[in-house]
Design a protein around this ligand. Structure first.
Ligand code: IPE
Ligand code: IPE
Ligand code: MG
Length: 247
């Protein structure tokens, strides 16, 4: 084992799981094989996160913009999510994992919504790691729905405009009650957020690693956590030792 368990473990890690298609292309396989292999990487990531003491792991599974992909690929991704919940829910429950789903739930097709609700309901009382599945999720969509709900409260006299605070806005987001991510990690070398947690990532450390998602294993995760541990977070203030010298 090349990596010791990390120190300074982030409370919340959010991952943009990218590169499934490229992983398959490199092997002359259809994109769907990359997505399939990606599910195995999800299992390993949840296990590793639990092992090192991460409290919240958010995984970007399907974006509100991913509907732009060919119908066959969209169906394939939906099928994989359903199969994952059907196959893994009992095991996740057994591991004391709590599941939460973020993203727009309106207009989801077929049996996907009941399955997501079942996953949340079954694991509601669990006290281990919270696995946040971002599905049909887009930050701008999430913020728009939050603004609409606040606007309705103002229009109907339950809230005044001045009472709209950052805390109230955060409380209307799908992530209400979940601490902001300490680390946002993206695989496959792409360096963008693609509409992921734009509000919540205001002070997150960003880390872009070259590995394609299907190749993301325990060792890559631990190396990323080591990089995070070396980062200096300031939140607009000064680091403690600078304060000591300056005062
Ligand atoms: C990530 O891999 C999975 C989803 C976006 C659902 P991609 O499918 O985006 O793979 P690339 O980026 O085309 O390699
Ligand atoms: C972001 O990846 C969405 C998910 C990982 C689910 P994309 O592959 O969809 O992002 P872009 O299109 O390259 O920005
Ligand atoms: Mg991609």
């Amino acid at each position: 084992m090349s990596n010791p368990l990390p120190r300074n473990v982030p409370t919340h890690v959010a991952i943009i799981m990218d590169g499934n298609g490229r992983w398959a292309n490199l092997r002359g396989l259809p994109r769907t094989m990359g997505h399939r292999k990606g599910v195995e990487a999800v299992r390993e990531a949840v296990r590793t996160a639990g092992e090192v003491g991460i409290r919240y792991l958010t995984l970007f599974a399907f974006s509100s913009e991913n509907w732009r992909r060919p119908e066959a690929e969209v169906s394939d991704l939906m099928g994989l999510l359903k199969a994952f919940i059907r196959r893994d829910l009992a095991d996740l429950h057994h591991q004391n994992v709590r599941i939460r789903v973020i993203g727009d739930r309106a207009n989801l097709r077929g049996d996907i919504l009941p399955l997501l609700l079942e996953a949340e309901d079954t694991t509601r009382g669990n006290t281990g790691i919270t696995l946040v599945i971002a599905f049909n999720y887009g930050s701008r969509d999430e913020m728009t729905r939050a603004m609409q709900s606040l606007a309705l409260d103002v229009a109907q006299g339950r809230l005044s405009a001045e009472q709209i605070t950052p805390e109230r806005i955060a409380g209307r987001l799908d992530t209400a009650g979940i601490p902001d991510p300490d680390l946002v990690l993206r695989t496959s070398g792409e360096e963008r957020l693609s509409n992921f947690l734009l509000w919540q990532a205001a002070y997150s450390e960003l880390l872009f690693v070259p590995e394609l998602w299907p190749d993301f294993n325990r060792d890559v995760f631990l190396t990323a956590l080591k990089t995070y541990a070396g980062r200096e977070r300031r939140f607009g203030g000064l680091v403690p030792q600078t304060l000591a010298v300056g005062s």
